[in-house]
Design a protein around this ligand. Structure first.
Ligand code: FE
Length: 295
């Protein structure tokens, strides 16, 4: 039995400055509405001249995971645990901050010199209360080792979860789907979902139509949405429950498919810390000031 997912709400995006001042596009509404994701930031696209590229200097995180996926540009990272590395187009860094990590995310020095285009994503994945203070860990998947699949005009990189029979190697704390999809005009993707997970689509190029063959040219059953089942560039679409979605494309399009469980826990957030209570946030600041944060 296929229970089709539909769009139940469209969240539009706006452009803000983050970190050292770099441009990000993010949904207007965040937090519980897109559980378990706390933040979906599209970095750029922005074209830097020589010496202009920006990053995020040293800062801490506690209580969640940061996923960085680069489409264009070249970044360098370093952290308090002694890890360092670089990110190039197609590379994924899945960092579980857990009880604490202090890191910097900057343009690579060669890229800073030459300038060029930076585009990518940073997504914050919340951790359930029971795992917020877990040991920090890194998973890095270079573009060359990242599972991709292409069928009938649909290309996908499977960062987490499964798409068109291809599965990611990333080990996630809670079940997460994160897929980068490009569709050619006239193509169609049937994506399955675990029915208990929240599902959403973030569109960053072109537009798609969500098909529900059970809804025969009729009014949408969803109050406030009219008959609209179109997702356009710069929109986050929140999806109904169901075990699959049918995505159709009349022009080329590019988007992320995201899914994860409803955590149903209080969110206490201050800057780079995301915990469940105010006391835990104060503790994070105290630990950071005492220098016991990332030991
Ligand atoms: Fe960070």
């Amino acid at each position: 039995m296929h229970n089709r997912r539909n769009v139940v709400e469209i969240v539009s995006t706006h452009i803000v400055r983050e970190g050292g001042g770099f441009r990000v596009r993010r949904p207007y509404r965040m937090g519980r509405v897109m559980s378990p994701f706390l933040l979906i930031d599209e970095m750029g696209p922005v074209d830097y001249g020589p010496g202009e590229a920006l990053g995020a200097p040293w800062h801490p995180h506690r209580g969640f995971e940061t996923v960085t996926y680069l489409l264009d540009g070249r970044m360098r990272h370093e952290d308090s645990a002694g890890n360092s590395g670089e990110l190039n187009p197609g590379d994924v860094q899945w960092m579980t901050a857990g009880r604490g990590i202090i890191h910097c995310e900057e343009p690579h020095e060669d890229f800073l010199k030459t300038g060029g285009r930076t585009h990518g994503f940073q997504i914050w994945v919340n951790l359930p209360a029971a795992h917020k203070m877990m040991d920090p860990r890194y998973q890095e998947v270079p573009s060359s080792a990242s599972p991709t699949v292409e069928k009938n005009g649909v290309w996908a990189r499977v960062i987490a979860g499964e798409c068109m029979g291809v599965t990611s190697s990333i080990d996630t704390v809670i079940p997460i789907t994160l897929i980068h999809v490009k569709m050619e005009s006239g193509s169609r993707l049937i994506q399955s979902f675990e029915p208990q997970l929240n599902g959403m689509i973030y569109m960053f190029g072109g537009e798609v139509n969500i098909s529900d063959e059970l809804r025969v040219n009729s009014q949408s059953r969803i109050p406030g949405l009219g008959t609209r089942q179109v997702i356009r560039d710069g929109e986050l679409a929140l999806l109904s429950e169901g075990n699959e979605i049918v995505i159709e494309c009349n022009s080329s399009s590019e988007f992320l498919i995201l899914a994860g469980p409803e955590l149903n826990e209080p969110i206490a957030r201050h800057g780079p810390f995301v915990m469940n209570t105010r006391e835990e946030i104060i503790q994070a600041f105290t630990d950071y000031q005492n220098g016991t944060f990332a030991n």
